[in-house]
Design a protein around this ligand. Structure first.
Ligand code: DX5
Ligand code: ZN
Length: 219
C-alpha cells in the first residue's frame, strides 16, 4: 500500500486548515509539516504555534513533521506537545542521532531519520531497527517545486534491500520533486511506500483530483 503525505509548504497559508481538511478528505493519509530554521536550510517556514493550531483544527489528522533544523533534540518535546505523530530529523544535523531518536520515542512519538541527496544510504543503516520512517530527500531541502534528483532512486533501493535483509519495515518515504506521472512510479518501483508531495497537490488546480491520482498508484 502506497501512502501519501501532503506537504503544506505549498499550501495557501491564509486558508491552511481548510486546505489540509480538503486533501485529507480526498484521501491523503497524512499532513507533512516542514519546519525550517534558516540555518540547516537557507529558508524559514513555520513552527510550533502553527502545528498546534492545525492539531486543534484537525484532531484526527496524522502529522508527519519534518524538522530541517540544526539542533532537533531540544525541540522534540515541544513538537510532541504541539501535536506531532511522527518526528523526522536529518542525519546531517548536529545533535546525536541515537539520543534524538530515543527522545522522540520516549515521548510516545514515532521517529524518522532523513538524508539529503549528498548523504549516502548507509548513513541510516545503524538506526533502522529504531525507526518508524526513513526519508530520502529527492531535492536539496529548503524549497518546494524543485526537480527530483534521480540518484535518490538508488538510495531508496539500497535502504529497501537493507530493511528486507534485517526483516524491518519502516515507512520508506521520499520528499521533493514527486510528481504522480513521472517520479512517483519510479520511487515506488525503487521501494518507496510513503510519497511526500507539496506542489503536485497544493499547486494543482484541482487538489482533490491530484490526491486521487496519487492514491490510484495503488491500483
Ligand atoms: C522541501 C520540503 C518538501 C517540499 C516538497 O525541503 O521538505 O516537503 O514541500 O515540495 P515539492 O513536492 O513541491 O517538491
Ligand atoms: Zn519535507
Amino acid at each position: 500500500m502506497i501512502k501519501l503525505s501532503a506537504s503544506v509548504l505549498s499550501a495557501d497559508f491564509a486558508r491552511l486548515g481548510a486546505d489540509c481538511r480538503e486533501v485529507l478528505d480526498a484521501g491523503a493519509d497524512m499532513i507533512h509539516f516542514d519546519v525550517m530554521d534558516g540555518h540547516f536550510v537557507d529558508n524559514l517556514s513555520f513552527g510550533l504555534p502553527v502545528l498546534k493550531g492545525l492539531r486543534n483544527a484537525l484532531p484526527e489528522a496524522y502529522f508527519d513533521v519534518h524538522l530541517m533544523i540544526t539542533h532537533p533534540l531540544p525541540y522534540v518535546k515541544n513538537f510532541v506537545d504541539a501535536g506531532a505523530d511522527c518526528i523526522s530529523f536529518h542525519a546531517e544535523a548536529a545533535n546525536s542521532i541515537t539520543a534524538t531518536i530515543a527522545s522522540i520515542k520516549a515521548y510516545g512519538c514515532s521517529a524518522g531519520l532523513v538524508i539529503n541527496p549528498t548523504t549516502p544510504a548507509e548513513a541510516v543503516f545503524p538506526f533502522l531497527k529504531d525507526l518508524a520512517l526513513v526519508l530520502v530527500m529527492g531535492v536539496t531541502p529548503g524549497h518546494g517545486g524543485q526537480a527530483f534528483r534521480h540518484e535518490s532512486l538508488d538510495k531508496l533501493r539500497a535502504i529497501r534491500a537493507e530493511c528486507d535483509r534485517l526483516g524491518l519495515s519502516p515507512y520508506l518515504s521520499v520528499d521533493g520533486g514527486i510528481k504522480v506521472d513521472t517520479t512517483a512510479p519510479l520511487c515506488v518501483e525503487a521501494g518507496a511506500n510513503l510519497l511526500v508531495a507539496g506542489s503536485a497537490i497544493f499547486g494543482a488546480k484541482d487538489k482533490v483530483a491530484a490526491v486521487r491520482a496519487f492514491k490510484a498508484l495503488n491500483g
